[in-house]
Design a protein around this ligand. Structure first.
Ligand code: EAX
Length: 343
């Protein structure tokens, strides 16, 4: 073949490939299967971006949710999951959801503080006494009220999935009392309440996007970080952090969010499918977190981490002034209502 015609052929193949790719990403691709009856199923591909690793229950839960959606819409909708911050940090993905360039995400409530005050209450230290308490609050009227406040932000909340109770790791020393944290440079999420809580015990909170954290720990730019066990393990922090303190200081919900723009394009019938599946997937996703929480203390110890189980009392007391500072913004009544549900 002549060089010129070869070049044309290559260009043609590249163009065809690009067209196929564009059709696939643009959400207008034809389903190759013709649904038995001969009628074509038009598949809309929705993009879901999450920050943690592909093996973490954010991504795994989203895959389960995607299966439900695909099955219940007869293949008219598919969810493509992009883990490991492939679509950006949590803040960037939330912006994407707001603009409609990202369809779905599961994120911590902490970075949502930059978008709405509604979630701030969930960031208070030691507010939720256990997971059952958190679920009761978030699955009930209070959770609905939080989501209702998102109205007008371009973001719609579908359900409260879970990240879990957060624990401290560091490379310096075993942590038992809040005083042990004095001078420890700890990475926090970009959230004012989290930062205040650590300042309160004399630590040096350094906000940072999650994607930069492994390297920051490895290079010792920060001494420590705090996260639930499934995040610690699936992010391999045990390879760069020696000490783990089971403080459980914040309970981190993980709201499943959909872009309002995407939601508005769904028929009423499909909206009902998406909403119902989100609730059903919640139980599956929370169970994945629970199963990991159950086995990970042992696994992290086996991996060489030195684990302490601090008495929560002194921590709760030391961080309590954060409530005085934030209760006007958050609402004293709301905090009281949440506390009552623990009884
Ligand atoms: O939401 O940034 C964090 O530490 C979060 O726990 C993580 O990205 C999952």
């Amino acid at each position: 073949m002549k060089k010129r015609s070869l070049k044309i052929l290559v260009l043609l193949v590249v163009a065809l490939f690009a067209m196929a790719l564009a059709a696939g990403c643009g959400g207008g691709s034809k389903d190759p299967g013709t649904g038995g009856g001969g009628e074509e199923v038009k598949t809309v591909v929705l993009k879901a971006g999450v920050t943690p690793d592909a093996t973490h229950p954010y991504a795994l839960g989203m895959i389960e949710y995607g299966k439900m959606i695909e099955e219940r819409t007869g293949g008219r909708y598919k969810i493509e999951v992009y883990p490991a911050a492939q679509l950006g940090s949590e803040r960037e993905v939330i912006e994407g959801v707001q603009m409609g360039t990202v369809d779905l995400t599961v994120v911590s409530t902490a970075p949502l503080a930059g978008f709405s005050d509604a979630f701030l209450v969930t960031d208070l230290p030691f507010l939720f006494v256990d997971k059952a308490h958190a679920h009761k609050v978030l699955d009930g009227e209070i959770g609905q009220g939080i989501f209702a406040q998102l109205e007008g932000t371009g973001i719609k909340g579908l359900a409260f999935w879970e990240n879990g109770f957060r624990n401290i790791t560091n490379s310096k020393k075993p942590i038992n009392l809040p005083e042990d944290m004095v001078g420890i440079k700890i990475r926090t999420m970009e959230n004012p309440i989290h930062m205040d809580s650590f300042r309160q015990i004399g630590a040096d909170p350094t906000p940072m996007a999650f994607g930069e954290l492994f390297t920051a720990l490895q290079q010792r730019t920060v001494d420590g970080q705090e996260n639930p066990l499934p995040i610690i393990y699936t992010s391999r922090f045990q390879e760069v952090q020696e000490h783990l303190a089971l403080t459980g200081h914040f309970y981190a919900p993980a709201p499943l969010l959909i872009s309002q723009a995407t939601w508005d394009k769904l028929s009423a019938e499909d909206q009902a499918i998406f909403a119902q599946a989100a609730i059903e997937a919640t139980a599956i996703q929370r169970k994945m977190i629970q199963d990991m929480d159950d086995e990970l203390v042992d696994k992290l110890a086996e991996a060489g981490m030195q684990i302490t189980t601090p008495d929560k009392g002194p921590w709760q007391e030391a961080m309590a002034p954060v409530y005085d500072k934030w209760e006007d913004t958050i609402g004293k009544d709301l905090i009281e209502q949440i506390r009552k549900l623990a009884e």
